[in-house]
Design a protein around this ligand. Structure first.
Ligand SMILES: Nc1ncnc2c1ncn2[C@@H]1O[C@H](COP(=O)(O)OP(=O)(O)OP(=O)(O)O)[C@@H](O)[C@H]1O
Ligand SMILES: O=P(O)(O)OC[C@H]1O[C@H](OP(=O)(O)OP(=O)(O)O)[C@H](O)[C@@H]1O
Ligand SMILES: O=C(O)c1cccnc1
Ligand SMILES: [Mg+2]
Length: 549
């Protein structure tokens, strides 16, 4: 392993300092005292952590957050200052022996079973099963939930964007809009797991070894008014040689391009060109330009299409023209530009226009690569926008997505719950008027049964003491609430979903790295039939139980 790899692995194993035992609800600690006072320190409980409904009106969820839960268990103990603080906030009548008991608390007698991080998961199937002393297992509830809920919601949101975007590149740009710094970091991490290609969040890049990418803001363009602000216009050709005047080269290129864009030089912004030249001199091999600060192009354009961009107060229409001029000037010096970013207007229309000009220029100048310049789109993009753009037809090959992704605007929370299912070996049930809210009692295991073609058929819940279903043998599966719904399934593959990750005070299964978790998401989604993954009215996946449960 190289030194840089080692460093990033070490960084990954560190944990956010706010994840500690007091990051919980007060009632966990007051319950702990009441349990302790009523002599329940020896009681043993089993809790299931699960959700009841998939988010985003979808029919699948990606399970994430496991590694953070396990790291939390490794550090689970109350420090002297934690105990001091609890003494301040809890009633004065609390016995001192309870605080002494709290100093001895750890997760060494806990066992945690979980699905693989990155797996597709469904309602009512435990994502985790936590077994151990009642008081301890109860004390873990809120922290485990907060570590799983947002992580899984975010990974699921990202996976949905990935499905909508197909092979297009996806970058997460959400830090400025995220739910605070911690939300921002988690969003970068879990959107990467869910299928994004990188983030603009530099700290996330450093901590999690995620590719970091970015362009520039409108401010960079508006910070230049004319050519006199360019302190340096010289750029050394790629591979060396005498530096050449990039401004003069770009001006010549721009003059030659005016007829292509059907424009006159008065319509072209000097400040915008100055900004693009200075950026190209700074990053000649990574030239990516924001082209919508003024108008992207002249309109109505020669393609006879009506544009919806209505910044009529502005006389400049030179975003594309200026970009192409600088890209051609860079080409004269042996550099290839990367592409453009569109951040306003009708993104389908503008991307088609941009690609049209790139193609025309690639033919005119015999530069085949020019046709394939990258077109990145941003501006309040969500899953629906991507699906709509796909329907309309566009030439975008990359999206930068912030607000809707990181805030999970369409559904801001996943409803994972943590319910006791067994105490001292006896099943426990929580009753509810709402049949969907009645818990499934008992210590359970979950198995995913697959067809011969590799598709997941059903998740089967059964008591842990029962033998697992067997390959090529008939299994009777029953709907959890509707007696009449039952079916025999003959699985070609059986996957045990819950595996033991934590026992005797340590992590007992090797943890995958972020890249491997990302792979798990991709592979796990591949096992779902397309109708379960579709955006509109997807088919629910069957979560059934066996005959005995
Ligand atoms: N072709 C398209 N189909 C569907 N939605 C689109 C399309 N093009 C852009 N959008 C979306 O429409 C919205 C347009 O936002 P808005 O009305 O604020 O316009 P704008 O171009 O950002 O305005 P401004 O020029 O003032 O910045 C954004 O959410 C964007 O993602
Ligand atoms: O739209 P999002 O999906 O959140 O993506 C991130 C946005 O952040 C940036 O600008 P910002 O929104 O800060 O300013 P602007 O809209 O005025 O460009 C960027 O230009 C995007 O528009
Ligand atoms: O790099 C970018 O283009 C970027 C980064 C964050 C937000 N908006 C855009
Ligand atoms: Mg914006």
């Amino acid at each position: 392993m190289s030194e840089t790899q080692q460093t990033s692995t070490e960084r990954r194993l560190g944990q956010n300092g706010i994840i500690q035992p007091l990051l919980t609800d007060l009632y966990q600690i007051t319950m702990a005292y009441a349990y302790w006072k009523s002599g329940k320190t020896k009681d043993c409980a089993v809790f299931d952590l699960f959700f009841r409904k998939n988010p985003f009106q979808g029919e699948f969820t990606i399970f994430a957050g496991l590694e953070e839960c396990l790291k939390f268990l490794t550090k689970f103990h109350y420090s002297a200052s934690d105990i001091e603080y609890l003494k301040e906030i809890l009633p004065s009548g609390i016995e001192d022996e309870f605080y002494e008991y709290l100093t001895t608390v750890s997760a060494k007698d806990v066992r945690l079973y979980a699905m693989a991080e990155g797996s597709v998961a469904f309602p009512r199937v435990p994502l985790m099963r936590i077994e151990g002393p009642l008081i301890i297992v109860q004390l873990l509830e809120t922290t485990l939930l907060t570590l799983v809920n947002y992580a899984s919601l975010m990974a699921t949101n990202a996976a949905r964007y990935r499905i909508a975007a197909g092979n297009m590149k996806l970058f997460e740009f959400g830090l400025r809009r995220a739910q605070g710094p911690d939300g921002g970091l988690s969003a970068s991490k879990y959107s990467y797991i869910g299928g994004f290609d990188g983030t603009s969040n530099v700290l996330a890049g450093k901590l999690f070894n995620i590719p970091v990418k970015g362009t520039h803001a409108h401010a960079y363009i508006t910070s230049f008014s004319d050519f006199s602000e360019l302190r340096n216009v010289y750029l050394e050709p790629n591979g060396g040689g005498t530096p050449r005047d990039l401004l003069q080269l770009a001006l010549t290129c721009r003059k030659n391009l005016l007829p292509v864009f059907n424009m006159v030089s008065l319509e072209a912004s000097e400040g915008e060109l100055a900004a693009l030249i200075s950026f190209a001199i700074a990053f000649p091999e990574g030239f990516m330009a924001l082209v919508d600060t003024y108008e992207v192009q002249r309109y109505p354009c020669r393609m006879n299409t009506v544009t919806t961009n209505t910044k009529s107060h502005n006389k400049y229409r030179s975003g594309l023209l200026n970009f192409c001029a600088v890209a051609l000037a860079l080409n004269d010096l042996g550099y290839r530009a990367i592409g453009i970013r569109l951040d306003s207007g009708d993104l389908a229309y503008l991307s088609n226009i941009a690609r049209h000009y790139f193609t025309e220029i690639s033919i005119k100048y015999n530069l085949p690569w020019f046709e394939n310049l990258m077109i990145m789109a941003s501006n309040d993009i969500n899953e629906e926008t991507i699906l709509s753009l796909n329907e309309q037809g566009h030439k975008i090959n990359c999206f930068g997505i912030g607000t809707h992704l990181v805030t999970c605007q369409r559904q801001p929370a996943l409803g994972c719950v943590y319910k006791m299912v067994e105490l001292n070996g006896y099943p426990r049930i929580k009753l509810s008027q709402d049949v969907g809210k009645v818990t499934m009692p008992g210590c359970k295991d979950a198995y995913r049964l697959y067809s011969e073609s590799g598709h997941a058929l059903v998740d089967l819940l059964q008591r842990s003491i029962e033998p697992p279903p067997e390959i090529n043998k008939k299994v009777l599966c029953r709907h959890p609430f509707e007696e009449s719904k039952r079916a025999y399934v003959i699985p070609s593959r059986v996957e045990k979903l819950l595996n033991l990750y934590w026992e005797a005070g340590q992590i007992c299964l090797e943890l995958p790295n972020l890249q491997q978790i990302k792979e798990t998401v991709r592979n796990s989604l591949r096992t779902l039939r397309p109708d379960i993954k579709r955006n509109l009215n997807p088919t629910p996946f069957k979560v059934w139980k066996n005959d005995i449960i």
